[in-house]
Design a protein around this ligand. Structure first.
Ligand code: ADP
Ligand code: 5GP
Length: 211
């Protein structure tokens, strides 16, 4: 029974754990498609072009926006980030779900677009601000100045929590992962996301009549 593809949006202040949770969700369900964003920020150590992000120059990014290739885009921490439209449309046409790791501005834009009805949005909160800072530091991939900048913006990001369908506190990672999977499993079973359901029930009725 084919299903409509979902757009699962994960947002959180930087360091709360959305990339970690996204990776776990993808490992659990290989049919999920991760939306690889384009960004003008420099790659971190270990990041590969086309895997974590498409690393693009400012001019290349602007050309993509001008050509209408972005589903949404925003400036975050002084760099541009955006979600390419084509892979999302391809996934939806196949009835596959797409996972987004984007900020509240991107979340708002997709929710307000024609695809809004297919969005399931999840906001991830850290258990405390002290723990958020500890995670940013132990990730060990950003300079002190970058970490301070991100901490300064986390209050503004958190202020958008109530715009999301679901909110989970990423305290224990295994528990947070289990809660996220529960959300996804339930959302997939919504009646309006299963277009083949009427036909299936008609089949059950025919079976009744034949008894
Ligand atoms: P984000 O994508 O939201 O910026 P990351 O997924 O990169 O955050 O996580 C930031 C750091 O915190 C990483 O080093 C990650 O391993 C760690 N982390 C994530 N979730 C937890 C958790 N529940 N408990 C402890 N550490 C965590
Ligand atoms: P980072 O530089 O740590 O990878 O990401 C910084 C922030 O940008 C995170 O909040 C992340 O969710 C957000 N982000 C990543 N890709 C996109 C995107 O395509 N669009 C928007 N709006 N935000 C993004």
């Amino acid at each position: 029974m084919q299903r409509r593809g979902l757009l699962i949006i994960l947002s959180s202040p930087s360091g709360a754990g959305k990339s970690t949770l996204a990776r776990r969700l993808m490992a659990w369900d290989p049919t999920l498609r991760f939306s690889v964003s384009a960004t003008t920020r420099a790659p971190r150590e270990g990041e590969v072009d086309g895997r974590e992000y498409y690393f693009r120059s400012h001019a290349q990014f602007e050309a993509m926006v001008a050509a209408g290739e972005m589903l949404e885009h925003a400036e975050v921490f002084g760099h541009f980030y955006g979600s390419p439209r084509a892979p999302v449309e391809a996934a939806m046409a196949e009835g596959r779900d797409t996972l987004f790791d984007i900020d509240w501005q991107g979340g708002q834009q997709i929710r307000n677009s024609a695809l809004g009805k297919d969005v399931v949005s999840v906001f991830i909160l850290p258990p405390s601000i002290a723990e958020l800072e500890r995670r940013l530091r132990t990730r060990g991939q950003d300079s002190d100045a970058v970490i301070r900048g991100r901490m300064a913006k986390s209050e503004a990001e958190i202020s958008h929590w109530a715009e999301y369908d679901y909110v989970l506190v990423n305290d224990d990672l295994d528990a947070a992962e289990a809660r996220l999977k529960t959300v996804l499993m339930a959302e997939r079973m919504r009646r309006d996301r299963q277009p083949g359901l009427s036909e299936f029930v008609r089949g059950l009725n025919r079976e009744f009549e034949a008894r």
